[in-house]
Ligand binder design. Structure first.
Ligand SMILES: [Zn+2]
Ligand SMILES: [Zn+2]
Length: 403
């Protein structure tokens, strides 16, 4: 790998303590989606300290900074976008001050997904690439994205042109990931995170007396039929080789045990990995719900209220990250085969803009009790994951931007 070599491991090791300190700093000061004011100001301050000229207020509360390499060559240069999400969740951290002195200082708000670590890795990477500026060329667009948890920050930043000026040629990002043990890096071509769509249905009947159903149209019974019918879509209309999920997490209707309601609201989520499955299910949910309702004299209003596509990695960029991961943790710690994860992330939108790779850095250590799922009040990461993430990302970026 030209220009990278083993010196990089030392450069990462020198920054290990600062990296952990930075993660803890942001862990103590979590902020919710689109409210990351202090987080963004601190990121910008640290970027300015490096000599960069960050832009604040991008896509709401996001920050970007462009770092240019100084190596000289007559070949055309490329721009690489590095994305780190920065928001926290409305969760009260369950951690003992004695065990975890860096726990959240804000009741009800917590970095329970590892985005504090993503900020720390990206800031440290900026510093490392700055120090190596003469050994690479082209540019790195650092994107500190707000509101990943609510799915909205990526589109807001794209609307502000973060991939257009300069035009981005490739994208990279990582997620610290406790389903994978610390020491391993999970990287694959193709879909790695599913799409996610928020399904909203209102079943409209005609209310009445519970003892006189023949004079009413009962939307509760119709809703029950619709939910059952929709479960057959994945079972009967999607290929058995393609995973997909339709879940209704919320049903609301009626106010009294002996009154037939006027309407019922169903609220659910749709997940798929193949774009064609997503498209099919989005369409068929409406068709089946309307068809069932019509057969039972009711009506349906149907909306997809928000969502994002699957995260689909480019084969070439995934191969680049795989080489970087193997150089960092060894081939035995970079598993082969299916690496799909059952979650979603609006990194998907950046991956649609330019070929890229979103990969997972193992962050659990069950022997030390660090194995809580993401979004749990007991969530924590094994901090050894931070230098692994940094080194993998640095190697991938430096190979991409090699002279
Ligand atoms: Zn999350
Ligand atoms: Zn996350």
């Amino acid at each position: 790998m030209p220009g990278v070599g083993d010196a990089l491991a030392d450069e990462v090791a020198q920054r290990r303590e600062r990296l952990i300190e930075t993660r803890r700093y942001f862990h103590q000061r979590p902020e919710l989606s689109f409210e990351e004011y202090e987080t963004a100001a601190e990121i910008a301050r640290r970027l300015r300290d490096l000599g960069l000229d960050p832009h604040e207020g991008v896509g709401g509360t996001g920050v970007t900074a462009l770092l240019r390499g100084q190596a000289v060559s007559d070949q055309p240069t490329r721009t690489l976008l590095l994305r780190a999400d920065i928001d926290a969740l409305p969760i009260s951290e369950e951690a003992d001050e004695g065990v975890r002195p860096w726990r959240s200082q804000r009741p009800g708000v917590m970095h329970a997904c590892g985005h504090d670590g993503h900020i720390a890795i990206a800031l440290t990477l900026a510093e490392l690439l700055m120090a190596r500026r003469e050994q690479w060329r082209g540019a790195v667009q650092f994107v500190f994205q707000p509101a990943e948890e609510r799915i909205g920050g990526a589109l807001a930043m794209l609307a502000d042109g973060v991939t257009a000026h300069p035009k981005v040629d490739a994208t990279l990002g990582l997620h610290l990931w406790t389903p994978v043990p610390v020491g391993q890096v999970s990287v694959a071509a193709g879909a790695v995170f599913s799409s996610a769509d928020e399904i909203w249905l209102r079943v409209i009947g005609r209310g009445g007396h519970g003892a006189m159903p023949h004079l009413a149209v009962d939307p509760v019974v119709v809703a029950a039929e619709i939910i059952t019918a929709l479960q057959t879509l994945v079972a009967r209309e999607v290929s058995p080789f393609h995973p997909a999920v339709v879940t209704f997490g919320s049903i609301h209707g009626g106010g009294a045990f002996n009154v037939i309601a006027d309407s019922v609201e169903l609220h659910g989520t749709l997940r798929a990995y193949a774009p064609e499955d997503r498209e099919l299910l989005r369409r068929r949910i409406g068709e089946v719900a309307r068809g069932v309702a019509a057969g039972l004299r009711a009506e349906v209003e149907y909306e997809i209220r928000g969502g994002c596509p699957a995260c689909v990695n480019d084969a070439g960029m995934a191969a680049l990250v795989r080489r970087a991961a193997i150089a960092t943790v060894g081939a035995e710690n970079v598993p082969e085969g299916d690496q799909r994860q059952a979650a979603s992330d609006d990194m998907a939108y950046f991956l649609e803009e330019a070929p890229g790779c979103y990969f997972f850095v193992g962050a659990s250590d069950p022997a030390r009790g660090i194995d809580a799922p993401h979004h749990s009040a007991r969530f924590d990461i094994a901090e050894e994951a931070l230098p692994i993430g940094l080194e993998t990302l640095a190697r991938a970026a430096l190979e991409y931007l090699a002279v």
